[in-house]
Ligand binder design. Sequence first.
Ligand SMILES: *[C@@H]1O[C@H](CO)[C@@H](O)[C@H](O)[C@H]1NC(C)=O
Ligand SMILES: *[C@@H]1O[C@H](CO)[C@@H](O)[C@H](O)[C@H]1NC(C)=O
Ligand SMILES: *[C@@H]1O[C@H](CO)[C@@H](O)[C@H](O)[C@H]1NC(C)=O
Ligand SMILES: *[C@@H]1O[C@H](CO)[C@@H](O)[C@H](O)[C@H]1NC(C)=O
Ligand SMILES: *[C@@H]1O[C@H](CO)[C@@H](O)[C@H](O)[C@H]1NC(C)=O
Ligand SMILES: *[C@@H]1O[C@H](CO)[C@@H](O)[C@H](O)[C@H]1NC(C)=O
Ligand SMILES: *[C@@H]1O[C@H](CO)[C@@H](O)[C@H](O)[C@H]1NC(C)=O
Ligand SMILES: *[C@@H]1O[C@H](CO)[C@@H](O)[C@H](O)[C@H]1NC(C)=O
Ligand SMILES: *[C@@H]1O[C@H](CO)[C@@H](O)[C@H](O)[C@H]1NC(C)=O
Length: 468
Amino acid sequence: MAGFKLSAGVGLLGLAARSLAVPAPIYSEPTTTFSVPKITAVVEPVTDVTSHGTYTGPSPLTTGALSTSVLAPSVPALPPGPDAYKYPSDGQLHAPQPAPYTPAGGVGTNGSAPVYRVLSDFDYQSIALALHQEWIELDLFHWGLATFSVEDFEEAGLTAEDRHLIEFMADQEVGHATLLSNILGPSAPNQCTYNYPATNVHEFIDFCQKLTRYGESGVYGFLNHLNAHDVGQLLLQSITTEARQQMIFRQFEGLFPMPEWFEVGIPQSWAWSLLAPYISSCPENNTRLIWQNYPALNILNQPNPFRINGSYVWNETTDGGYANTASYQDIDESDDCTKSTDVGASCAPGITRNRSMPLSYPGRQVFLEWDEPGKPIGPNNSYVTDTQAGAPKFAAWVSQLNVTYSPLENIQGNSAYTVQPDISSFDGNPAINGTIFLVLTDEDLYVTPYNLTQLNPHVYAVGMYQSG
Ligand SMILES: *[C@@H]1O[C@H](CO)[C@@H](O)[C@H](O)[C@H]1NC(C)=O
Ligand SMILES: *[C@@H]1O[C@H](CO)[C@@H](O)[C@H](O)[C@H]1NC(C)=O
Ligand SMILES: *[C@@H]1O[C@H](CO)[C@@H](O)[C@H](O)[C@H]1NC(C)=O
Ligand SMILES: *[C@@H]1O[C@H](CO)[C@@H](O)[C@H](O)[C@H]1NC(C)=O
Ligand SMILES: *[C@@H]1O[C@H](CO)[C@@H](O)[C@H](O)[C@H]1NC(C)=O
Ligand SMILES: *[C@@H]1O[C@H](CO)[C@@H](O)[C@H](O)[C@H]1NC(C)=O
Ligand SMILES: *[C@@H]1O[C@H](CO)[C@@H](O)[C@H](O)[C@H]1NC(C)=O
Ligand SMILES: *[C@@H]1O[C@H](CO)[C@@H](O)[C@H](O)[C@H]1NC(C)=O
Ligand SMILES: *[C@@H]1O[C@H](CO)[C@@H](O)[C@H](O)[C@H]1NC(C)=O
């Protein structure tokens, strides 16, 4: 304080001396003695989950997704709506302004108070799905910290400061789960118990990185379709935090933090298909969801980010489908990038890393195996995998703004291979890079980011692909 006042100069001290009535100038030391009320909100109670592992309890009393009467097998594809081309995008104003500096139009701009309530089954089911995602993240981040020792983390290159960040990310989930529970009210789904495909720190980080990717993308898929735009606003402000978590886990894994120009959105049923297998049981009477559980897509040569030559792999996932989490077992020291310190080879935790050998590339043969529908899955094994699609013929690469199909070759029973296509979102930006979605379809239907859900009746199996 003294130093600051001295540096303010003689003239200023003179002013203060002349008139004591003059209010303290802004450059004076602020007082710290005011007491202000603490403004806070009660968080949703969180239990420390004690049991983990696959579900071994009694058969569920209720099975299958929630449903009501179903009006048609799919939503028909229609031409653009009547007003789609009405507004001339010419930089001029076309209507009187409701107020100064306020352009006409927009949603939720007429002054009516936002109430932050869901307005439709679509809204409820979407927010309930997002809430399940927040619950699993909360538990997963705590589980990793509790399960692996300080030595395990240090060995994986993650320091006390890094572990604090993981703990902080778990705390963020408390806030997100509280927010979404409050929006839904008393019927909001509660926290469940989970099982994770990870037996060491590296696999834990890889699973977190993949799980937060489908969490983030699952919300982007429905956010702009919600009836309740005020709810969408709150969810947006949570999911952007989740997006940062995804990137941090990539950095913890020594991957390039964001090799894409655009983040991808996916339909709710894909997100639920990827999430449900890792939920082992939910409390009695937990509110159920409407979403579909697709059969698993197992990527037999899923690129392994822990190898220097990550594309040179066979059958190295810990879960054999869905997230297709990388295994960190039996990797020769000479091909273990977590142990390397060479630029281009190292995948030690870092702000950014260059891989000189890509995890995947256009022209790569990708070997696939998929499950049949009809398998019990999810909480208490109380959901059942299902598809409305005919036999799979294509792999759909869903990344950034693009859905690109490559034909399945050499189909034998439930296995085939396909070849990674060479596509860009825009020139100079390979569309297939990062943690992306790979699904099998019976048709190469043209869909774009806002109508991707139209693909659902053609989807046979769902998985994630580590393309970069
Ligand atoms: C999806 O939207 C695109 C236009 O963005 C349209 O051409 C395509 O037909 C739509 N697909 C379906 C299945 O509705
Ligand atoms: C304002 O918009 C809301 C929907 O956001 C609508 O329910 C309400 O009727 C509108 N109020 C007026 C005065 O137009
Ligand atoms: C799921 O299993 C748990 C543990 O056996 C049990 O407490 C719970 O009631 C079951 N929930 C449902 C919805 O069946
Ligand atoms: C579950 O719902 C049934 C029927 O409404 C009720 O009798 C039972 O007490 C509920 N169980 C719990 C644990 O809330
Ligand atoms: C890396 O793996 C690919 C197979 O995916 C192989 O063709 C290539 O020769 C390997 N590169 C080196 C340097 O070992
Ligand atoms: C992959 O490995 C598992 C055991 O780790 C084995 O059961 C399975 O048959 C293997 N699949 C293929 C296609 O090699
Ligand atoms: C990283 O890769 C880019 C090309 O993707 C290259 O231009 C750059 O020189 C590389 N940097 C290092 C330090 O290897
Ligand atoms: C993916 O992105 C990384 C980082 O920009 C880049 O080094 C790599 O070449 C890209 N992979 C492909 C297949 O373009
Ligand atoms: C990928 O999506 C972008 C944006 O919609 C589009 O311009 C581009 O043509 C698409 N690329 C391919 C190969 O379909």
